[in-house]
Design a protein around this ligand. Structure first.
Ligand SMILES: [Zn+2]
Length: 63
């Protein structure tokens, strides 16, 4: 059952709200997010990336 309470939904995602219905899919997505998180923090430690980010933030007017 998804967050919206649609109980008749079948498959991996609720057809109404898009909530993940099966635990294996949820766990796989969680793993993916964690691995992406690790990659992102490695990428963000790179000085070239930091310089590019600062440049982009200035360009876009983000403080
Ligand atoms: Zn739902």
């Amino acid at each position: 059952m998804g967050f919206c309470g649609l109980s008749e939904a079948t498959g991996r995602f609720c057809t109404r709200c898009g909530a993940i219905l099966d635990i294996q899919t949820a766990a796989a997505l969680q793993d993916e997010m964690e691995s992406l998180d690790g990659k992102l923090s490695t990428i963000l430690q790179d000085e070239d990336v930091q310089r590019l980010l600062v440049k982009k933030m200035i360009e876009l007017g983000i403080e």
